[in-house]
Design a protein around this ligand. Sequence first.
Ligand SMILES: [Zn+2]
Length: 183
Amino acid sequence: MEEPDDSACAAACVPAYVTGGASITETKGMHCSAFPKEFCFFCTYERNASATGTESDLYGSLSDMVAHLADMSREPSAIAIHVFDAYETTVRHHIEGSPSWTKKSILRHIMYSGQFSQIVDTSVGHMLNALIARQNDALVDAATNTVIEENRKAFCDTVSTLLKWKAAQKNGLCGKSQGKKKF
Ligand SMILES: [Zn+2]
């Protein structure tokens, strides 16, 4: 049987903003559960409540790092690199079999597990900003130097969506972690 053909969209469509996470064109899915053979530290372990705040709170130190960087609106791919480095240097050798935790697996978890909803929220902002930049490129007809009305409407629509999204973020309606402990 032939592989499902997703080349039609792959050729014709590109994302406005690349999260670096799993693509919906990946036929297996985009959640950790679809990749049982790939090690995911966050899925395999959970926070050790009795170790919270201590040096042995490995899970907490990594998940707090993700939350902290997400609160700073860092890009998902940049957060994954930080997590990868921290896992390699401070966590991996404490884990049975010292499995490697790939950047792809980290991204998949932080983007799609639902554990870090603020990352998804931040990505929506990046996507809208990227859309605005791209739409801006198509606002004026180069030949006639006139505004392309249809594109202008779509552009304004994206701008007002971004403003609404920002207002919702400010009001804490998008799950942005508030009052979370800093480390
Ligand atoms: Zn996971």
